[in-house]
Design a protein around this ligand. Structure first.
Ligand SMILES: [Zn+2]
Length: 300
């Protein structure tokens, strides 16, 4: 039997392994409740080379390289920087992602937008330029940015993605802060209904707010979900049990669930094993989650 097509729709990579180790160690997804002990991150370096090696070892043929930009935290960390400084820094980083993917065709670049930048004309021009440089989609993190996806201030950003035909991957659910609801699945409903041609992936199956995801799926045919992070915490207080995870995927429609890993926080091999272990799904459904669903939904 031929090996299934495997596409990681949610990967990150950093310039040095030290950068990656720091970020991996610094992020605990406390939204899932008290987690007895932090999971051991994969042994692969969280660099581009580490990601490419992990892909080869795990039989992953392509990966979406997501660039994340935390404009709110940037402004706190660099209070003297001007808006132009922030925009230039992000522009450089986004170009680097496109160049990396250009040099490594198995990587698909998704660039970041700054949810705190209110110069939407600038962002639109940037996205046009980045698309010409190879960008295939956009990543946003409403929860860490503390900007709600349905905030009228960012309506122009959604419109730019619609007009440019760029899919959006959005962190779904909370983060370390279980009281933050900027990226709550229910908040996507009005936005995605208003833009029926926009394809959006709500990450982590909505995280700790996973119970609200089937309603979003039912309301919006243009949304899909990735499985990373939450699949590592099955059984945690605010995460589904294994059988609840299988049921959740069936309720959404298994063809709308995409494999992702959130590398380098979690490993490719390990996440594939976890997908193949989800109870209540057929082998065909699990294999489609590993790759075909992404190829179809994100037109890869
Ligand atoms: Zn991620």
């Amino acid at each position: 039997m031929a090996a299934p097509l495997i596409i990681d729709t949610h990967a990150h990579a950093f310039n040095t392994s030290d950068d990656a180790d720091l970020l991996v160690a610094g992020y605990a997804p406390l939204e899932y409740g008290d987690i007895a002990q932090p999971l051991a991150p994969p042994s692969d370096e969280g660099t581009i080379g580490g990601l490419l090696g992990a892909m080869t070892n795990a039989g992953v043929s392509r990966a979406i390289l997501l660039h994340t930009w935390l404009g709110g935290l940037e402004r706190l960390a660099h209070p003297d920087a001007s808006e132009a400084d922030h925009a230039n820094k992000l522009a450089l980083q986004n170009r680097e992602v496109c160049e990396t993917a250009d040099a490594n065709p198995e990587l698909i670049p998704y660039v970041a937008v700054d949810l705190h930048n209110r110069d939407h004309a600038h962002t639109r021009r940037e996205l046009e330029e980045l698309k010409s440089l190879g960008a295939r989609g956009v990543k946003i993190h409403p929860s860490l940015e503390r900007v709600a996806v349905d905030d009228p201030e960012v309506a122009d950003l959604w419109q730019a993605c619609v007009d440019l035909g760029l899919p959006v991957v959005a962190h779904g659910g909370q983060t370390h802060d279980s009281h933050d609801h900027h990226g709550a699945p229910v908040r996507f409903t009005a936005v995605l209904k208003a833009h029926p041609t926009l394809r959006t992936v709500v990450a982590h199956l909505g995280g700790a707010e996973w119970r609200t995801v089937p309603a979003l799926a039912a309301a919006c045919p243009n949304v899909a979900f990735d499985i990373c992070e939450i699949i590592q915490y099955v059984g945690a207080p605010h995460a589904p049990t294994p059988s609840e995870l299988g049921q959740l995927i069936s309720d959404i429609g298994s063809d709308r669930v995409l494999f992702g890993t959130d590398f380098p926080w979690y490993g490719l091999d390990d996440t594939i094993d976890r997908v193949l272990d989800i109870p209540g799904l057929s082998q065909g459904e699990k294999e489609a989650i590993l790759g075909q669903n992404a190829a179809r939904f994100l037109q890869l």
